[in-house]
Design a protein around this ligand. Structure first.
Ligand code: PLP
Length: 440
């Protein structure tokens, strides 16, 4: 029999965190426990509680926590005094990663990209991507999309739609136009055609763009999915209007949608791709900007950073690429599991007249309001299921389970989710009914 979650109902003493850690912390508020260890899809807390992780480091732990094969590779490397920090020096660990990237990922997909190691998190990869596009084209303006999320540093934040996050900048966020994403005006309006029209009209007020920056599935923005046809049109529009196409694959990549890249088999090739999150395979920070070799016009050190390329992350990333991606059966299994997820979410949605969103193993339920979504995730946590929300109003309950989760454990977690949706929706309808009675 497979394990089930067993949450602890004791809250740890959080006085130290409240006294010393910034108020900016967020996930810790929704999950007030102290976590001590983790393995696969499970996280343990300091009071012996066991939680099933359907957040997976916001898709940074696609292969689960502390995968034994990746952990063994890292322990062995450390044991032999492998280089930990090497600026951007050539190291054995970097060569192992670049070799695996070339052999396992790029060549089999017919892709020819140069790899640029940026500062360690996703937003650094986005900064490098838009900087490079501006440098290559000599243009300033970047087109990003409604509900897009690209990171917290100023350039990437300017490309992000969310007003709350933008508000933190404290300065104007400029040189970006936010155009409607696929489906923004409903299924009958082709927003790619609108974009083409605006870019083709010398009087539209839209400056010629350096880049079009797009997520194929908007992870933070509410699991909105762009269709392959729309994305192909965007690729053509970028080319026709002299802009570089940047696919931000930081959340949707590394297998989350079934292929290593989320745009695979869609019939277009981005000029630039950004990656981070699950790239290291073990949750270690590693970010990468890939681009066509002809755009590699950087001067040495022109885009610099002390932590470009984390050697420990190179070790686990190389191990992850070889272990999971050298064999096509891994991707097939992720796609199969993504179908199980789709079926289960559709069953829940049908029962309550809700709708589902997403693709592959990044899917969720639109429950209509942030309040209801929060009631669901709170109830889920009380039952030992870690799950979060996304979307403009935090109205999407988002399942980001590890891609490697066993089917029965996955099904168990989805059953907990179904129960929490039942409860939250019946509580919401009975409180609405009592409000009506009170108003009468
Ligand atoms: C699509 C996308 N781009 C960029 C980022 C920023 O990555 P990081 O938080 O590692 O800076 C995120 C983070 O959620 C993301 O989902």
């Amino acid at each position: 029999m497979s394990m089930a979650p067993k949450p602890s109902d004791k809250r740890p003493d959080t006085a130290l965190y409240e006294r010393r850690e910034s108020r900016v912390r967020s996930y810790a508020r929704a999950m007030p426990r102290e976590f001590t260890s983790a393995s696969g899809p499970w996280m343990l807390d300091s009071n012996g509680g066991r939680y099933l992780d359907f957040l997976a480091g916001c898709s940074s732990l696609n292969y689960g926590h502390n995968h034994p094969g990746l952990k063994a590779a890292l322990l062995d490397y450390i044991e032999h005094d492998g280089i930990t920090h090497g600026l951007d020096l050539h190291t054995e660990a970097k060569a192992a990663f670049l070799g695996a990237l070339e052999e396992v990922i790029l060549r089999p997909r017919g892709l020819d990209y140069r790899a640029m190691f940026t500062g360690p998190t996703g937003t650094n990869a986005v900064e490098a991507a838009i900087k490079l596009a501006r440098k290559v084209t000599g243009r300033e303006m970047v087109i990003a999309f409604t509900n897009g999320f690209h990171g917290m540093t100023l350039g990437a934040l300017a490309c992000t739609g969310n007003a709350g996050k933008r508000g933190g900048a404290g300065v104007p966020l400029s040189h970006v136009a936010h155009e409607p994403y696929d489906g923004y005006y409903g299924p009958d309006v082709d927003t790619a055609e609108l974009l083409d029209q605006r870019l083709s009209d010398p009087s539209s007020g839209l400056d010629a763009p350096a880049a079009i920056l797009v997520e194929t599935v908007q992870g933070e923005g509410g699991l909105n999915v762009a269709s392959p046809e729309w994305l192909r049109k965007i690729a053509v529009i970028a080319k026709e209007h002299g802009a570089l196409l940047i696919v931000d694959d930081i959340q949707a990549g590394c297998g989350r949608t079934g292929g290593f890249f989320s745009f695979e088999d869609m019939g277009f090739t981005p000029d630039i791709v950004t990656m981070a999150k699950s790239l290291s395979g073990m949750g270690l920070p590693l970010a990468l900007t890939l681009f066509r070799p002809e755009y590699d016009i950087w001067g040495p050190g022109e885009h610099n950073g002390t932590f470009r390329g984390n050697n420990h992350a190179f070790v686990t990333a190389a191990a992850a690429l070889r272990r999971f991606w050298a064999d096509p059966r891994f991707g097939e299994d992720v796609r199969r599991r993504g179908e199980l997820l789709r079926q289960k979410l559709e069953e829940i949605a049908r029962k309550h007249g809700l709708s589902t969103r997403g693709r592959g193993m990044m899917r969720g339920l639109d429950v209509g309001s942030g309040e209801i979504a929060s009631a669901i995730t709170t109830a889920a946590f009380a039952r030992g299921l870690i799950i979060e929300t996304s979307g403009a109003h935090d109205e999407i309950v988002k399942v980001l389970a590890p891609l490697t989760i066993e089917d029965d454990v996955f099904a168990g977690g989805l059953d907990i989710l179904a129960t929490c949706v039942d409860e939250a929706l019946s509580a919401a309808s009975s409180s609405a009914a009592s409000l009506c009675v009170a108003a009468e």
